[in-house]
Design a protein around this ligand. Structure first.
Ligand code: HEM
Ligand SMILES: *[C@@H]1O[C@H](CO)[C@@H](O)[C@H](O)[C@H]1NC(C)=O
Ligand SMILES: *[C@@H]1O[C@H](CO)[C@@H](O)[C@H](O)[C@H]1NC(C)=O
Length: 494
């Protein structure tokens, strides 16, 4: 219909109808405008205008916690902070978090906020590929972390831990964080990267991993390609690692020998709905292994360390864990397999509580592709606009007294019946994130940390020489500052 015939048609209508139609058009336009300007009906979260750009950054550089604390006191569970040219909306606590964790990637995206990892993991994997490819790549990883596979990794955890601690003397002083970092890269090499790397290329790979790790600093989140020396070394290390993985993969393909490790699962994986169903290629396998090393290395060694520091400075929990080991040894002797580890509830809750108090990932992020509404515990509803960086903080959420009683206290039994404080509201406990992108390595991590502490509890007693260390919030993965612990070799009698 052209404009002339439209005008002719309108002239034929009575005035009242015309007025009603005009009103409808105006109302509709208003709605469309609101949607387009992406404020669908609802109130946007309070914006903290008090902090200028630079001020926001400076406050941030002391770690995000003091800032979050101040804003939470002032605004409550939802607030927005301008950060450079972006807006960042914080969701504090389980009442406002479900959408963050449960929404699909087309609504709450990871690519925009996590793609600073691309120069570390390499091209063609994880945050460098679109969501359909990424979900298939994560399926390969999930296959390598299935229960049946985890069962085969436990003997390697045990063997590596026993060998490592057998080198300690009868008595000495150690920094647990240092020791666990060294041990966990050994077990990760054996179970994830494979026997070849563990047995013949370990030192080389550990050094390259160190350079790669050192190339990811807080500044790299904003400027991942800044031409600095540490970024140059990162890029060189990534390529050198890739070459090593490529050599190992070639060797396996040629020999036809299959191993029980993640490398093997990745070699044998095929895409289903993308790339014409082809198998993974060498650079993808290298990239995924690197990403997994990053996901699991510091997180696990940090959590093992806090578990030790907290148990030792709350001695009754250390003794409860010893008592549990005695019971397990009476039942199963020296056997330390997956079922035995799964029966260690006391140790499990010590790890869980240490992780509640000091989660290594202080902030999880998404990018809103659509507006969404949240309702606070007090019943206030806000609409978070699209194109915001949205953040949830495990560290901060874990210290909310309306979720965890006496949150500053170390109380592993808060997770046991009858308390079970993590249970009533979903997404209360965020040590491993949750929902659609919850940690895939959670069971792997528990089994590994429990193996390490079982071996330690059965063979040593400990004494803290320093108070529980503070957390260092300036690193990418939050870790304990140095702390000395004395060990005394002493067999635990069943
Ligand atoms: C105590 C040790 C660990 C902690 C505290 C931890 C914590 C987390 C958290 C909080 C997330 C969610 C991130 C987000 O929502 O943005 C996550 C995701 C993930 N973790 Fe872990 N993790 C640990 C160990 C591991 C290990 C050992 C592996 C692999 C062997 C692993 C593999 C992954 C993967 C692949 C994801 C991404 C899942 C997805 O995006 O769908 N993690 N982890
Ligand atoms: C999250 O999504 C899952 C699967 O769609 C659903 O079963 C669960 O109830 C959701 N949880 C919340 C708190 O919305
Ligand atoms: C692997 O596949 C990706 C994505 O198609 C491609 O960009 C890359 O060059 C391939 N690498 C190798 C070594 O074939």
């Amino acid at each position: 219909m052209d404009v002339a015939s439209l005008a002719e048609g309108l002239q034929a209508l009575p005035l009242s109808t015309l007025l009603a139609a005009a009103t409808a058009v105006v109302l509709l336009a208003a709605v469309v405008m609101r949607v387009l300007s992406n404020n669908f009906p609802g109130k946007a979260p309070p914006v903290e205008e008090g902090i200028p750009f630079i001020g926001g950054l400076i406050k941030f550089s002391n770690g995000p916690l003091p800032l979050m604390c101040e804003m939470y006191k002032k605004h409550g569970e939802v607030f927005t902070i301008p950060l450079l040219h972006k807006r960042m909306t914080f969701l504090v606590g389980p009442h406002v978090s479900p959408h963050f964790f449960n929404a699909t990637d087309d609504k709450m995206s990871q690519t925009e906020v996590y793609n600073f990892n691309v120069p570390t993991f390499g091209r063609g994997v994880v945050y460098d590929v679109d969501q359909r490819v990424r979900s298939e790549q994560f399926r390969f990883v999930a296959d390598a972390l299935r229960t049946t596979k985890l069962r085969t990794y436990v003997p390697a955890f045990k063997q590596e831990a026993e060998a490592y601690f057998s080198k300690w003397g009868d008595e000495g002083v150690v920094d647990l964080m240092q020791a666990f970092s060294d041990l966990i890269i050994l077990t990760a090499s054996r179970t994830l990267l494979g026997r070849e790397i563990r047995e013949t290329m370990f030192k080389e790979v550990a050094d390259l991993y160190h350079d790669l790790d050192d190339g990811m600093r807080p500044i790299s989140v904003i400027f991942p390609y800044l031409p600095t020396e540490f970024h140059r070394r990162r890029d060189a290390a990534r390529e050198a690692l890739r070459a090593i993985f490529q050599k190992v993969i070639k060797g396996r393909r040629e020999s036809g020998v299959k191993e029980d490790d993640m490398l093997q699962v990745l070699i044998d994986s095929r895409y289903r709905n993308v790339y014409g169903g082809r198998a993974t290629n060498d650079s993808e396998i290298a990239g995924l292994l690197t990403a997994i090393l990053f996901a699991g290395q510091h997180t696990s060694s940090v959590t093992s360390s806090w578990t030790g520091y907290r148990m030792l400075s709350n001695r009754k929990w250390f003794e409860a864990a010893q008592e549990e080991q005695r019971r397990v040894m009476r039942q199963h002797g020296d056997t330390l397999d997956m079922d035995v580890l799964n029966s260690m509830d006391v140790l499990h809750r010590n790890i869980q509580e240490a992780l509640r108090m000091e989660p290594p990932l202080v902030m999880l992020m998404r990018y809103s592709k659509e507006p969404f509404s949240v309702t606070t515990s007090e019943g206030k509803t806000y609409v978070v606009p699209k194109n915001h960086i949205v953040a949830c903080s495990p560290t901060f959420s874990h210290r909310l007294p309306h979720v965890f009683k006496e949150p500053e206290q170390y109380q592993p039994d808060r997770f046991a019946p009858p308390r079970e404080e993590d249970k009533p509201i979903p997404f209360s406990y965020l040590g491993f994130g949750g929902g659609r992108h919850g940690c895939m390595g959670q069971n792997f991590a528990y089994l590994q940390i429990k193996t390490i502490w079982s071996v330690l509890l059965r063979n040593f007693d400990f004494e803290m020489l320093d108070p529980v260390p503070e957390a260092d919030y300036t690193s990418m993965v939050i870790m304990p500052k140095p702390c000395r612990v004395r060990y005394i070799r002493k067999k635990l009698a069943a």
